[in-house]
Design a protein around this ligand. Structure first.
Ligand code: ZN
Length: 444
């Protein structure tokens, strides 16, 4: 297949009137359009205004999609214990799959090709199957919760870890290696020391398995960990093995100097989720400082109950503008940096090589955008448009590993209407009252 248009190779290279050749799962050639067309006369040409690397959603909760709009304007603990945890504990296996499919549909529609996806405690296999079936790339994991958790989510440590190991055996490297495993403790508050150390052991036992958890999102969490362990959260995570080049920590809003040094020294990846941090009033993560320390910072939407969309373009704009207003300096978090966070930094965090740029020999994870809109006119600067003006609906084409997932604005790997219809039906039928009453007993 020939894909032609203005090609955004990476944050520093933009090639107008160009084309890429996709053969099987890879980009095999990139060059000036006329030259590519004459070299490959028997390939079909598909043209889009802008072609760019697929975006990486480095902290996503696909299975929380049914909670979109259910819990706005809430305190974090009310949000979690009155809505999100009761919802997760209530969903049946079929409903979990409906939720995951809705999440992946939105991601594919809006240009995300790789996810780091924090699932739920139960029925994780249904999300793995949905992700594999719909063709997205990602590292996914069943959530671990073995303390301070409501019934329906609380598990025995050994049972939780052994189910994780079964899922690793089943899905790590599945679907042509598009799907890999991340061991995902929810956060230190809801996981015992044995659980956290067990997560590290599993990641060490299976090549390429990563660890993904929430860390230092808000003050209550940090105080609880400190009361439990006598340590700052990142120091505690480090002590039990949850730092390092195979670890992705979501948020890291509240870290002190010694914790930041530790993140940098250990090569731990950080995912910034600006919409979630703003909506839940968690605070402003020190992203400019992290980047100055050469910490790899990626970008994520978090879940629909705290965002309320999985559109990655929203996140790029929020990431830049939030740092600017926080630092009172409009020169920080420039478009190039933000685009790298949303592409190559995310791919590095997820551990996928040859993902995040459009170059020969790299995997064919490509999105195509239309600029036939008022918000794209005039188009002084392609990267500026992508970070500050574009929206998910500008994405017309999504390809992962050389497979077309959406073409001319139509998702081809799922019946979008029926996914939305099922999701609306399940969401309407949800009754959280019993689970909510149970969750209250564990609310700190
Ligand atoms: Zn999250």
């Amino acid at each position: 297949m020939i894909l032609s248009g203005t090609v955004l190779v990476d944050s520093s290279t933009i090639m107008e009137n160009s084309a890429v050749i996709v053969s099987d799962s890879e980009i095999t050639a990139l060059g000036e359009r006329d030259s590519i067309l004459s070299q490959y006369p028997d390939h079909n040409e598909h043209s889009y205004d802008i072609l760019m690397p697929g975006l990486v959603g480095s902290h996503i909760h696909s299975v929380q999609s049914l909670g979109r709009g259910m819990s706005d304007d809430q305190e974090l603990l009310d949000w979690l214990f009155d809505y999100v945890l009761p919802m997760e504990s209530t969903l049946t296996a079929d409903e979990m799959e409906v939720a995951a499919r809705l999440g992946y549909l939105e991601l594919i529609e809006t240009g995300t090709t790789t996810v780091i996806d924090h699932l739920s405690v139960s029925h994780a296999e249904r999300a793995f199957e949905a992700a594999g079936d719909m063709g997205i790339r990602g590292i996914l994991g069943k959530v671990l919760m073995d303390q301070r958790s409501p019934d329906g989510l609380l598990e025995e440590t050994e049972a939780a870890l052994s189910e994780t190991e079964e899922l690793i055996k089943q899905y790590h490297g599945a679907f042509d290696d598009r799907i890999r495993y991340a061991v995902t403790p929810r956060f230190a508050v809801s996981c015992s020391e044995a659980c956290l150390r067990g997560a590290r052991e599993l990641a060490d036992a299976y090549d390429g398995v990563r660890i993904h958890t929430h860390a230092s999102e808000n003050h209550g969490e940090i105080e609880t960990v400190e009361a439990d362990t006598g340590k700052r959260n990142i120091h505690w995570l480090h002590e039990v093995g949850l730092t390092g080049e195979d670890v992705v920590l979501a948020h890291c809003v509240w870290t002190d100097e010694s914790e930041r040094e530790l993140l940098a020294e250990t090569g731990t990846h950080v995912t910034h989720c600006p919409s979630s941090n703003m909506k839940l009033a968690s605070g402003v993560a020190p992203i400019v400082d992290y980047l100055d320390r050469n910490i790899n910072v990626a970008l994520g939407n978090d879940g629909p109950p705290c965002n309320n969309t999985l559109d990655p373009f929203t996140e790029m704009k929020q990431a830049s503008t939030l740092q600017k207003v926080d630092q009172l300096d409009p020169t920080v978090a420039p478009v190039e940096t933000i685009f790298e966070m949303a592409t190559i930094n995310g791919a590095n965090a997820a551990g996928f090589d040859r993902v995040g740029k459009l170059k020969p020999g790299w995997r064919a994870d490509i999105v195509g955008l239309s600029t036939d809109t008022t918000r794209a006119t005039p188009l002084h600067d392609v990267l500026s448009f992508i970070v500050f003006a574009a929206r998910g609906e500008d994405v017309q084409f999504t390809m992962v590993d050389g497979n077309v997932l959406m073409e001319n604005g139509d998702v081809v790997v799922a019946d979008a209407d029926s996914v939305r219809e099922s999701a609306a039906t399940v969401a309407e039928s949800l009754d959280l009252s019993e689970a909510r009453a149970q969750a209250q007993e564990q609310k700190p």
